[in-house]
Ligand binder design. Structure first.
Ligand SMILES: [Zn+2]
Ligand SMILES: [Zn+2]
Length: 239
């Protein structure tokens, strides 16, 4: 038994892995999710919008309703799951102190979308930052946990120091689309680009309206980044 295996064994005893679907302790040591639970999350179906990657109900269209009428600051993005199927799990991941789910999510993202993420040729993965106040409350940034899992598996460096959140947008749930968009304006600030990064892949847990990703992409583009892509664990449905 190697030292790494012993370490892992001890960690398993101290922190048994919880299933991201049912939250029970996963019975088999090598697994990150119960076998019967794996089917609960479902992947984004075809056809998908060529820009945001949402499933489009009407076939024969290249873009979803939102992307066909609005401009985005990113190139395109990929997401693994339909948000509705993974909503509860993500809620615990963010608010129920279940950061450990990131390992399963990261494993699935790279297994299913690894080729597409590598094709973006990103110089770095940049997790969508939390406002420092929120970070203090939660103790971790869920987007950063995801980015770390993707980073180690695909060998793309992670940079969590070039984008900061300068606006605490906690109240955005209670606003309509327009209010939310307004609220995201100047939510981020790009700090530096000392190594002259050209292509950035933003990482977040969920893409819904796209306002968060867009606000971050806009700031990066204005800061001199040529191309911005995104990868999220889940995405809402398109029209
Ligand atoms: Zn389970
Ligand atoms: Zn779209």
């Amino acid at each position: 038994m190697g030292i790494e295996n012993i370490k892992e064994g001890v960690l398993d005893l101290l922190y048994p892995k919880r299933c991201p679907v049912c939250d029970d302790i996963v019975p088999e040591k090598k697994r990150l999710c119960c076998p019967e639970c794996e089917r609960i999350f479902y992947e984004v179906k075809q056809p998908r919008c060529l820009k945001c990657g949402k499933h489009i109900k009407t076939s024969g269209k290249a873009f979803c309703y939102d992307c066909s009428r609005g401009m985005h600051f990113y190139e395109y993005g990929v997401s693994l799951y339909e948000y509705a199927s993974v909503h509860d799990s993500i809620y615990s991941f963010k608010n129920g102190n279940r950061g450990e789910y990131a390992r399963f999510y990261g494993e699935k993202i790279t297994e299913k979308l690894g080729d597409k993420i590598l094709a973006m040729k990103g110089d770095a993965l940049v997790p969508i930052p939390l406002h420092p106040e929120k970070f203090r409350k939660r103790g971790y940034n869920q987007a950063e946990l995801l980015a770390k899992e993707i980073s180690v598996r695909l060998g793309i460096p992670i940079r969590n120091d070039i984008l900061i959140r300068i606006k605490n947008t906690d109240a955005q749930k209670h606003q309509g689309d327009f209010g939310r968009q307004n609220n995201m304006k100047k939510a981020f600030h790009m700090v530096q680009n000392d190594v002259k990064l050209k292509t950035i892949i933003l990482v977040d847990d969920v893409y819904t309206t796209g306002n968060t990703i867009d606000a971050a992409a806009k700031e990066l583009r204005e800061g001199g980044i040529d191309r911005v892509f995104f990868v999220t664990l889940a995405i809402g449905k398109g029209k």
